[in-house]
Design a protein around this ligand. Structure first.
Ligand SMILES: Nc1ncnc2c1ncn2[C@@H]1O[C@H](COP(=O)(O)OP(=O)(O)OP(=O)(O)O)[C@@H](O)[C@H]1O
Length: 699
């Protein structure tokens, strides 16, 4: 695979021309070598439905529009859709199936383009207690005209992702300055309804197929009012457009990096956003896939969408695909303008791009300070920290705020206060469906939960055989009841602590992109886990209850099972709080560490009577204490008869004597039940609040 430098030294006339000062978009130059673009606009059809597209498409100047070989689908299907594909093939790069269906593109409705402008934008983060603040963006300005593919470039740590977060509204804390849309101050809720954010890492559901992911996205984003046929046709068009149609039955985890990236884009395209933000869409892709993803984005801009992405250091080939570039250096703007204007700009500030040097590489080197930090100041001054529009492709056509306000009417205010497109019930039912598919596919985890419960029950059963009915083994039985509590607490809590952080990244992305509310997610997540939790606890309870010969009375068994289940739910809720708040590493440390005091406060090792008075409060907050009391009430309470005694002497033959010994009365079952239920509700609500706070803190 050629490096940027090799590409530059290659005989590619169009690309190599950049270093020589030839305009990148110069079609004559590019066509002289292997073709890059030709100047044909993407066809638009006239009907107003999704399938038929819309007529008010923002048309673009022909020089900046990608190749569209033909508007005829028949011919389109025969021709390689992009010249870059044949280019990649000629270079012998690994070629992934990616057949763009141009007809499908014309089926996507066009959007009215949106001009974005930001003035004196700064972003400050708090570094923590007593460590002050750090300003990441320093009063930068900029203008991103509509229907363009815009790159935010800069060295690592320059603030690219931070700028993208601020512009998209993902980050709102510490943001200062103004962000304007079509000349008017951005109304964040309205803007979020028309935009989407695609993260650098592909936060996709690995166990769902492409088609399932698309259907879930469509059901969440389009809602009940859009017919099944219309959803199907949208999905079909998008999959065709993105070259994913033939992979629609492939599990997401089996897709290549490029396909995952395209699926992320496809899922957000379902509700046809006007502005798309992508954080490093080319990271982790080979050069051929990078080109294809960017060319696809470029195509999407031809219908009025504004696409803004961060990119680290594009090769010359990738660089030329962008319409405009915004370069940052340590939170300041060092260039803003057309990609083909970069070389003349550098010339104008007497920092000419060396011959045969990729201007994208050169500006990054300058921005890094490789040629001296004074050069950064020169560039910053020349661009007026992003205020200067001289180097735009067509500076005269750039409209100022006042002109934009005159051109675009005041946007209508929507009455809908909710950011999501569908009702809470619909969101819950779609998320339940998704959860069910995941649980069904994740057979390892589902089976593991059942197998672990059976295996541990069998092990305990063998260890404590007959302990439930023997007067000589009452203490053993007490230990068994404690071991059961620990099993229920630890298995469920650790499972949530370990799995929840993985879900969090997907939740943050989907929630920000308004797929569903946090409430819907939380309800669905709670409900979807119920069947497997109840089933595995039931199996466990039956095996251990029978094997250890606990009293054969239905009522005692159900009391035992209900307490087991509540302990599982409390453990799960506790795990949720820890999982939502802490990382996996910290969570796996904290969860058992916090459980041990609960164990002590439950009366294990030290009876409740012997607890020092200043630590008595601990027994009131220990769920294990209520669990143990509940178990004791179920097994030894309700005036249980005298136990069997097969030894010469059984100290605890009379259950009452044992109850006195452990300072329990055996009639506290309902109190314990209420205490556990209250704890479960409190912890669940607590976990929801922590989750909400966590999501807010990320922003
Ligand atoms: N919450 C934070 N607390 C402290 N510093 C932060 C925080 N967020 C970002 N930074 C710092 O701000 C700077 C810009 O970060 P940002 O992620 O925007 O850079 P970037 O240009 O996207 O880098 P890269 O290309 O490596 O992803 C970095 O120095 C980073 O360490």
């Amino acid at each position: 695979m050629p490096t940027a430098r090799e590409t530059f030294f290659s005989a590619d006339g169009g690309t190599a021309g950049i270093g020589l000062g030839i305009e990148i978009g110069d079609t004559s130059a590019s066509q002289a070598g292997r073709g890059v673009y030709n100047a044909t606009t993407v066809p638009m059809t006239s009907a107003s439905s999704w399938r038929n597209g819309q007529t008010n498409a923002a048309t673009k100047s022909t020089s900046s529009v990608l190749a569209t070989p033909t508007s005829s689908p028949a011919v389109a299907s025969k021709q390689p859709p992009l010249q870059a594909v044949s280019e990649a093939e000629a270079e012998g790069e690994p070629e992934e199936e990616f057949n763009l269906d141009l007809d499908a593109l014309s089926n996507l409705p066009a959007r009215e383009s949106v001009d974005m402008e930001f003035k004196e934008l700064s972003l400050t983060v708090k570094l923590g207690f007593n460590r002050g603040e750090k300003e990441i963006l320093h009063n930068v300005c900029g203008k991103f005209p509509g229907s363009q593919l815009i790159a935010i470039m800069g060295p690592s740590g320059a603030g690219k992702s931070t700028l993208l977060d601020a512009l998209s509204g993902f980050k709102t804390t510490g943001v200062d300055g103004s962000i304007l849309l079509n000349g008017r101050r951005r109304d964040l809720p309205s803007f979020r309804r028309m935009s989407c954010y695609i993260t650098q890492d592909d936060r996709l559901q690995p166990l769902l197929t492409v088609s399932e992911n698309m259907h879930i996205a469509a059901d969440l984003k389009l809602g009940e009012n859009v017919s099944y046929e219309e959803k199907e046709s949208r999905i079909e068009d998008i999959l065709l457009l993105l070259g994913l149609y033939e992979h629609d039955q492939t599990l997401t985890m089996r897709l290549s990096g490029g396909q995952k990236k395209r699926l992320s884009i496809a899922m957000e395209l379902i509700n046809n956003p006007t502005v798309m933000f992508l954080d490093e869409p080319t990271t982790g892709l080979d050069s051929s896939s990078c080109t294809k993803v960017l060319e696809l984005l470029k195509r999407l801009t031809t219908q009025g969408r504004t696409i803004i992405c961060t990119i680290h250091q594009p090769t010359a080939k990738l660089f030329q695909i962008f319409d405009q570039v915004y370069v940052l250096s340590a939170g300041n703007c060092v260039y803003q303008g057309g990609t083909q204007k970069l070389v003349p700009f550098l010339h104008s500030v007497e920092l000419p791009c060396p011959m045969y040097h990729n201007p994208a590489d050169y500006i990054i080197e300058l921005a890094c300070g490789e040629y001296g930090f004074d050069k950064i100041d020169t560039l910053k001054a020349a661009t007026e920290n992003g205020n200067c529009l001289t180097w735009f492709n067509n500076p005269r056509a750039v409209l100022r705020s006042e002109a934009l306000m005159r051109k675009y009417p005041i946007p209508k205010r929507t009455k809908n206060v909710s950011l999501e497109n569908t009702s809470l019930t619909n969101q819950c039912s779609v998320l339940l469906r998704r959860g069910y598919i995941k649980a069904k596919r994740d057979t390892t985890m589902t089976h593991l939960r059942i197998i672990v419960n059976i295996a541990v029950a069998v092990l305990y059963g063998a260890l404590y055989d007959h302990a439930g009915k023997e007067g000589s083994r009452v203490l053993d039985n007490y230990n068994l009841l404690f071991a059961i509590l620990m099993h229920h607490t630890m298995t469920t809590m650790m499972l949530t602590v370990l799995t929840f952080p993985i879900e969090m990244t997907i939740l943050i992305k989907e929630h920000f992109n308004r797929w569903y509310s946090l409430k819907a997610y939380y309800i669905a997540m709670t409900l979807v886990d119920l069947p497997i939790t109840i089933f595995s606890s039931f199996i466990f309870s039956v095996i251990i209850y029978l094997w250890s010969y606990q009293p054969m009375e239905w009522v005692r068994f159900w009391m035992f099972f209900v307490i087991s289940l509540l302990i599982v739910f409390v453990g799960q809720s506790f795990g949720l709080i820890i999982g939502a708040w802490f990382s996996v590493t910290n969570g796996t440390f904290l969860a058992p560490v916090l459980t041990i005091p609960m164990m002590m406060f439950a009366g294990f090792g030290v009876t409740l009577r012997d607890l020092p008075s200043y630590l008595r409060w601990g027994s009131h907050i220990s769920h294990l204490r209520y669990g143990l009391e509940g178990f004791i009430a179920a097994i030894y309470g309700m005036d249980r008869k005298v136990l069997e005694c097969n030894e010469p002497y059984c100290h605890y033959r009379y259950p009452k004597k044992f109850l006195e010994e452990i300072s329990m009365t055996g009639d506290q079952f309902w109190k314990d039940l209420i205490a556990l239920c209250s704890m479960m509700v409190l912890l669940r609500v607590g976990a929801y609040i922590v989750l909400q706070a966590k999501i807010k803190s990320v922003r």
